[in-house]
Design a protein around this ligand. Structure first.
Ligand code: THU
Length: 138
């Protein structure tokens, strides 16, 4: 396993501790790794009494990346949950990842003990809505 991915695992596990999950009790941490610099952006899930306003950890990491760095190329995301097998990103998060990441983005799923499985983004969401129809004129 590449060192940067191990570092991202540690970062995701740490940020998971900050999750605000009083309704589900299910804490998730995510760490998004940039291609060139190996910068790591993290996110945790933040729940809401309305339930629907809950933000997942993966989207939190993407929002932090955009807010702090602007658009960049991403190599991988590591997601940590206390679930076995480890939880994959929900469909909303996959769609948001597609907006900013290549289909080859590596998606590592981990339990608290370590990374267990690796997918690519295109394996998890092979047919995303890409908005191309929205860009046409007339
Ligand atoms: N959750 C995530 O953070 N990421 C996912 O991709 C799946 C679900 C969170 C949202 C909610 O706070 C809790 O897990 C239970 O659904």
């Amino acid at each position: 396993m590449k060192k940067i991915i191990e570092t991202a695992f540690t970062a995701a596990k740490q940020v998971r501790e900050h999750a605000y999950a009083p309704y589900s009790g299910f804490k998730v941490g995510a760490a998004l790794v940039t291609k060139d610099s190996g910068t790591i952006y993290t996110g945790c899930n933040v729940e809401n009494a309305s339930y629907g306003a809950t933000i997942c950890a993966e989207r939190g990491a993407v929002l932090q990346a955009i807010a702090l760095g602007g658009p960049q190329e991403y190599e991988a995301i590591v997601i940590v949950s206390d679930d076995s097998p480890p939880a994959p990103p929900c469909a909303l998060c996959l769609q948001v990842l597609v907006e900013f990441c290549s289909p080859e983005l590596e998606v590592y799923l981990a339990t608290l003990n370590g990374i267990e499985i690796r997918y690519t983004l295109k394996e998890l969401l092979p047919h995303p809505f890409d908005g191309s129809a929205l860009k046409t004129e007339g």
